[in-house]
Design a protein around this ligand. Structure first.
Ligand code: ADP
Ligand code: MG
Length: 276
């Protein structure tokens, strides 16, 4: 396994049912580097959730392998412990426990973890995480006293309870209005940058996908397309190359250049500053 790879799948196959079989995954090969923020897109039924479930060991593949940190999940004896220590999950429906406060919900995954004797340590950790997601003042609220976006942020705090190396998010903004969705994605970016958490997010929203490092597109249980999202500068540069001014410069066409006004010249200036 290559250095820095956190997740790898090899010819991963998942077949559901025994009568009318559904081949939900039909030979998926992929590799994700530590610290990457990857999005998975594709039509409904293309196998996105199944792929996440296999990577998070929520279910066993029919064939092929999932390796996390170089270790085949088929060889992990205690999958509950593996999940608790390595993976955080965020779902479209946050699955918070309605009778528990935000803080208590965040503490749930910490149960059974060797967190010292008392409850105090878990409580402090939950408070810290709620602070991280901007909900320090919603510690004692029940889920139904929170907005959709706030509930999803509690779910994110909960997913981080055990400092997972890998967070898997299945349409985390699917139920949210665009403002709350943008906040949730901004928060995931912060986790990625500040904590170095590797993130895999399933999304239908191209605006969300464009803000990740790499987009995997699935269809009929396979990854059919992969797109490495450029840096803003690379994207600007590509757009500039396609523009009239860019083409004129590349062609060395001075007569054409003379026709461009101050706005285009300013755009060129910005690009040149980006290079320096
Ligand atoms: P997506 O998340 O891309 O919408 P899924 O991974 O949920 O797709 O599903 C892929 C295919 O597998 C679909 O055809 C779906 O109906 C089927 N499927 C998913 N889960 C099950 C299950 N537990 N039992 C039977 N079929 C399933
Ligand atoms: Mg799904």
């Amino acid at each position: 396994m290559e250095n820095g790879t956190i997740v790898e799948t090899r010819d991963l196959v998942k077949v559901y049912g025994d009568g009318a079989e559904v081949r939900a995954l039909d030979g998926v090969n992929m590799r994700i580097t530590q610290g990457e923020f990857v999005s998975v897109m594709g039509p409904s039924g293309s196998g996105k959730s199944t792929l996440l479930n296999m990577i998070g060991a929520l279910d066993r593949p029919t064939d092929g392998q999932v390796l996390v940190n170089g270790r085949s999940l088929a060889k992990v004896r205690d999958l509950d412990t593996f999940r608790a220590r390595t993976v955080g999950f965020i779902f479209q429906l946050h699955n918070l426990i309605p009778t528990l406060t935000s803080r208590e919900n965040v503490e749930v995954p910490m149960r059974g973890q060797p967190m010292g004797k008392g409850h105090g340590k878990r409580r402090r950790r939950a408070e810290e995480l709620l602070g991280l997601v901007g909900l320090a003042d919603r510690m004692h609220h029940l889920p139904n006293q929170l907005s959709g976006g706030e509930r999803q942020r509690v779910a994110i705090a909960r997913s981080l309870a055990n400092e997972p190396a890998l967070v898997l998010a299945d349409e985390p903004t699917g139920d949210l209005d665009s403002q709350s969705g943008a906040e949730v994605i901004a928060l995931m970016h912060r986790l990625n940058h500040e904590l170095g958490t590797t993130l895999i997010v399933v999304t239908h929203d191209p605006a969300v996908a464009r803000r990740t490092d790499r987009i995997l597109v699935m269809r009929d249980g396979r990854i059919v397309y992969e797109h490495v999202v450029g840096t803003p500068f690379e994207e600007d540069l590509a757009a500039f190359r396609r523009s009239g001014l860019g083409k004129a410069i590349l062609a060395g066409d001075e007569a054409a250049l003379a026709r461009f006004g101050p706005d285009e010249q300013a755009a060129l200036q910005r690009l040149l500053e980006g290079v320096a």
